[in-house]
Design a protein around this ligand. Sequence first.
Ligand SMILES: Nc1nc2c(ncn2[C@@H]2O[C@H](COP(=O)(O)OP(=O)(O)OP(=O)(O)O)[C@@H](O)[C@H]2O)c(=O)[nH]1
Ligand SMILES: [Zn+2]
Length: 346
Amino acid sequence: MPSLLDLGWSAHFLSQLSPEEAEALTPGRVAEIQRDRLSVLTGTGPRGLVLPSEIGAGDVAVGDWLLIEPGAERVLRLLDRRTELARKAAGIETRPQLIAANVDTLFITTSCNDDFSLPRLERALALAYEAGIEPVILITKSDLATDPAPYLAAARTAARDVEAIALNAKAPEVVQALAPWCGAGRTVALIGMSGTGKSTLANALCGTDRATGGVREDDARGRHTTTSRSLHRTLAGGWLIDTPGMREMGVFDAASGIDTVFAEITELAEACKFRDCAHESEPGCAVRAAVEAGELDPERLARWRKLKAEDRQASETLSESRARGRKMTRFHKRVQSASRRAKFED
Ligand SMILES: Nc1nc2c(ncn2[C@@H]2O[C@H](COP(=O)(O)OP(=O)(O)OP(=O)(O)O)[C@@H](O)[C@H]2O)c(=O)[nH]1
Ligand SMILES: [Zn+2]
């Protein structure tokens, strides 16, 4: 049975408990969520618990740590996360949707073929850095490419010092190659385009045999995806949060993540004459000077601009809809108190 440390328990979480709480309460990690039912792993085995009404179903994610009152089997509270993976929820209102909590490493999958895309990699990297999660780029299908080296080289230009590995997701060596991120106490998640080998990798890492996209392709009615997420034990003793449907995510509120991915541009910009330089036609622009000197790839600069614009637009929509939400609340309160007043005055 995995111990608390194997489950990923650390000083970050322990420090949120009073000595009395540490003595009396049981910490547990959320392994699965089905509406208000939680499967929780504790140091003494799995438990089935019900989410208390104070905690909304959207506020808890797979990978979360919570405190349980033993005996009563009651969830007392959620602990602050170390990292949080969120995306813009689908729908009219732009709002963040929690995907997974306390992920240490994000495996970003792409392949040694036409699926390979630097803009996509850069976007996924920005997301990981923004969330405080270590990204590792996995370039699958190396067995199908004449030479995976150019893909690997290109991936390594996506962010400074980023780890990139070319591999055959179907080969048994995968477990060994990825063991440094999948050991006891560590949690990984996978993100990548459809068909880039996420299910194949998840199966390899966990020693499972669940259906992959390749199998589902035979289904005439098309793809079946489940939306439930869960925590799986890896062969190396760690955890994988499978996130079905997590193919591509837009960026929002990811300005600092983008700055990290494009660190060389961020640094150059500090030497621009104007602090708010847009690196377009301003005099004394260090970024454009670097492009002219052949030190900065103009396409990289163009991709940075595009990602920045995407982030800015999404963040604005997000804060507008938040403001709208607040206004609505105020409006409802006014209506309520007006109707209460009306009752009193009757
Ligand atoms: N030869 C080879 N085939 C691979 C490799 N990785 C994945 N495949 C195959 O590519 C197909 C798609 O792989 P999946 O693991 O289903 O891809 P996925 O990312 O989970 O796809 P979605 O579920 O659609 O998001 C399957 O037929 C796999 O067997 C690889 O490294 N080498
Ligand atoms: Zn500039």
